[in-house]
Write a protein that binds this ligand. Structure first.
Ligand code: G3P
Ligand code: CA
Length: 226
């Protein structure tokens, strides 16, 4: 079961910052998960919410702020809101990156950016299935993960339609039967966001292949098999 550091090692460092991603690299996790929005001037930036209010000392919607305005903000302990390229600079060739497209228009910019990093091991995930469809139109080979709270018939159908490899689900909705059912459609199940070792072991035992955790230091010790 592959351990993905959710927003980086976000239990130890401010989420979605270079410090959090560097910690995951140092831990040797299989991957990191991050969230992408577009700045007003069209630069993909790594931040979870659609505004900067919760995670920085600024305020306003990311889509209304230029990169320069975003980069002066403090994202915690002096960290900045990184661009996608800044994160790629530290993870390329080291671990896989789950790029969650949080705003559908960001998908095109993400594809341009990944093309600049030949050693980058990446996949794109999104709750915005049209963004995933767009990526598939642009790339026959892109690895796609369908994000959804649970394994609904609609989510499974979209996974088949776009040739996704993984349905990435909220962990408490997952059952062993679902893992088997989606396997018949060529899909596997990943989960978010699990910080508890007992839950993680049960999910591994029923066949979940990837787990997003805020606490990769703890989970990676137990599940270092990738
Ligand atoms: O990887 C999926 C997970 O990150 C989705 O939830 O809100 O943490 O982006 P959220
Ligand atoms: Ca996310």
């Amino acid at each position: 079961m592959a351990i993905y550091a959710h927003r980086g090692a976000s239990i130890e460092f401010p989420e979605n910052t270079l410090a959090a991603f560097q910690r995951a690299v140092d831990l040797g996790t299989a991957g990191v998960e991050l969230d992408v929005h577009l700045s007003r001037d069209g630069v993909p930036v790594v931040i979870h919410d659609e505004s900067v209010d919760r995670t920085t000392n600024g305020s306003g919607k990311i889509a209304d702020l230029t990169l320069a305005e975003i980069q002066v903000l403090d994202a915690g302990r002096g960290e900045k809101v990184p661009t996608l390229a800044e994160v790629f600079d530290i993870v390329a060739g080291k671990l896989k990156v789950d790029i969650e497209v949080k705003a559908a228009p960001a998908a095109a910019a993400v594809l341009l950016e990944v093309a600049r990093y030949p050693t980058l091991d990446w996949l794109i995930s999104s709750f915005y299935w049209d963004a995933l469809r767009y990526v598939r139109e642009q790339s026959a080979t892109a690895e796609l993960w369908v994000l959804w709270p649970s394994a609904t018939d609609e989510a499974i159908a979209v996974g088949r339609e776009i040739g996704a490899t993984v349905l990435n689900l909220e962990y408490s909705t997952v059952t062993e039967e679902q893992v088997k059912r989606v396997a018949a459609d060529g899909l596997r199940i990943g989960v978010w966001t699990v910080n508890d070792l007992t839950e993680a072991k049960w999910l591994r035992d029923i066949g979940v292949v990837a787990i997003c955790t805020d606490d990769p230091a703890r989970l990676n010790e137990v599940f270092a098999d990738r």
